[in-house]
Design a protein around this ligand. Structure first.
Ligand SMILES: C[S@@+](CC[C@H](N)C(=O)[O-])C[C@H]1O[C@@H](n2cnc3c(N)ncnc32)[C@H](O)[C@@H]1O
Length: 288
């Protein structure tokens, strides 16, 4: 017989992090936050111990903690994640924040009966698009979540189902970038947002665990990493309303190149925003 207090200490010794050990124990016990604190002196059942062992086995094999836990938080959402989708990153929370600000601004200029129309291209777990649908006023948004990967869309759909935004105007479409969208949306979107794959094939700086576990369609995009961004830069203007916004997550050294690409397509102004570490990670551009 062993208590959760003892198991937490044992797990911490193995994984080397107190919060990480707690998340694993919470998952295994089925008690989260204050409930877990209250259960610290309770004994773990056989079934709970087996669950914890299984998760630790996966963690020992190098699987990222987020996949082992099966969910991860992103802004206000707790998203299901597995190997079908990229693990949502903290810098992408800022991308969603910027897209939200632009969507809210567009909404302010619309009659009260109209919805702001947004597209999150390459949605993966649904992190950005579902945040838009969840955080924009109820009944006032139409958010398209697209991905080339049907597997990723299944995860995004499951996450949407758990959101409880009935009538939230969430739409899913499978296909490559804008090809996924219905023709009626051409020239009608207020915000296009994407965190596309932007790593150069064979980039030696990519962490081994990222390369081994996360989907390569979510990571790599051609010899310089910019294949997807180039396509998005040169097709987005067709799909946006005049004054509409393009918001792109980019790699830390791509700001100058991507800003030039987008400016060449007639967007103005074009701005490169920095993340909390001061690295240019978001391109924001307005269609003239
Ligand atoms: C960097 S991940 C971003 C996932 C999610 N938006 C996020 O921020 O966590 C890129 C996503 O783009 C998708 N993708 C790759 N190529 C695509 C294409 N040609 N058309 C649409 N989506 C694509 C991948 O499947 C992946 O889900």
């Amino acid at each position: 017989m062993i208590t959760w207090r003892e198991l937490w200490a044992q797990t911490e010794a193995e994984v080397g992090g107190r919060p990480e050990a707690r998340w694993l124990c919470e998952e295994a016990s089925g008690a989260f936050g204050p409930e877990f604190t209250e259960a610290l002196d309770e004994f773990a059942t056989e079934r709970m111990l087996a669950h914890l062992d299984h998760m630790l086995e996966r963690w020992r094999a190098g699987e990222p903690l987020q996949y082992v836990l099966g969910h991860w938080s992103f802004r206000h959402l707790d998203l299901m994640v597995d190997q079908r989708v990229l693990i949502p990153r903290p810098e992408t929370e800022l991308v969603a924040e910027v897209a939200l600000a632009h969507a809210r601004r567009a909404l302010d200029a619309l009659p009260a009966t109209e919805r702001v129309r947004c597209a999150d291209l390459g949605t993966g777990s649904g992190a950005i698009g579902l945040s838009l649908a969840f955080e924009l006023p109820r009944g006032r948004s139409e958010v398209w979540l697209t991905d080339v990967s049907e597997d990723a869309l299944d995860v995004a759909r499951a996450n949407a189902a758990g959101l409880g935004v009935a009538g939230g105007g969430i739409r899913f479409a499978q296909g490559s970038w804008f090809d996924a969208l219905p023709e009626a949306l051409r020239g009608a979107l207020h915000v296009v947002v994407s965190n596309p794959p932007y790593i150069a094939e064979g980039d030696p700086a990519v962490e081994a665990a990222v390369h081994q576990w996360e989907p390569h369609t979510a990571l790599y995009s051609g010899a310089d990493g910019l294949d997807a961004v180039r396509l998005l830069a040169c097709t987005s203007a067709d799909w946006l309303v005049p004054g509409g916004s393009l918001v792109l997550e980019i790699g830390a050294h791509q700001g100058g190149a991507v800003a030039q690409l987008v400016e060449a397509e007639g967007f103005a102004p074009v701005e490169v925003r920095s993340d909390l570490a001061g690295r240019g990670r978001i391109v924001v551009a307005t269609k003239k």
